[in-house]
Write a new protein. Structure first.
Length: 221
């Protein structure tokens, strides 16, 4: 399927990235950290599919939905501690992401981040991968009231970047990312290498569908 945007719509000059499942393959780490945080309290472990099905709310909301309120604060702390401690064992930057970011920057395309992860987890992820300084703007769950598919985070990122919405694309790996892009009035791009289902992402008709980061670079520049 040809997903290249018609050139009459203007050259892309701003790219906003999702983080988890787009820049970084950290699902194994998320699952392990979640189980470390709540496992002793609930007396069971959660599968990858169970944890992924809980994505959407913030980390704190996920944990509050899983353990009693009296245990939630400590569970959140346990999650973050485990996530940082084992980051390099269970997480990695996707192959081609550093080249994608540098290639966009070399093409004078401004890059930023909008993620549903909280500021603490995002800081750990970007610091441990060495990607933090690559982005002009970083918007996390702590910066908004409503998470994706609500476009609040993207609208905030667009304003902070001083971006032209007609020349902006959001690259993410979930249907929520596509929906948020549409509602924010910008182009959507599906990262087919991420956590989302390839067929379902394509079925929601993003403006772009990239098979890998090198495909993204060739189409966006």
């Amino acid at each position: 399927m040809d997903t290249r945007i018609n050139s009459s719509n203007g050259r892309i000059e701003y790219v906003i990235f999702d983080v988890d499942g787009t820049l970084v393959d950290n699902m194994e780490l998320i699952v392990r950290s979640f189980n470390y945080a709540v496992g002793e309290v609930v007396g069971r472990s959660f599968s990858r599919e169970e944890v992924y099905s809980r994505f959407g709310p913030t980390l704190e909301q996920m944990i509050h939905q899983t353990v009693p309120d009296k245990n939630a604060k400590q569970a959140v702390q346990r999650y973050h501690s485990h996530y940082r401690k084992y980051f390099h064992q269970y997480a990695r930057v996707y192959v081609g992401i550093p080249e994608l970011i540098s290639g966009l920057e070399n093409a004078d395309i401004d890059v930023s981040v909008c993620t549903a992860s909280d500021a603490r987890m995002t800081k750990t992820t970007l610091d441990e991968t060495g990607l933090r300084d690559q982005f002009s703007v970083i918007v996390t769950a702590d910066d908004v009231i409503e998470l994706k598919p609500n476009p609040e985070g993207l609208i905030r990122a667009i304003r902070l970047m001083l971006a032209d919405v007609d020349r902006t694309v959001y690259l993410g790996d979930t249907i929520r990312d596509i929906e948020a892009s549409t509602r924010a009035g910008i182009k959507s791009a599906a990262a087919l290498w991420g956590f989302g289902d390839d067929y379902e992402l394509r079925r929601h008709k993003p403006d772009f569908a990239f098979t890998d980061p090198s495909d993204a670079l060739s189409q966006l520049t």
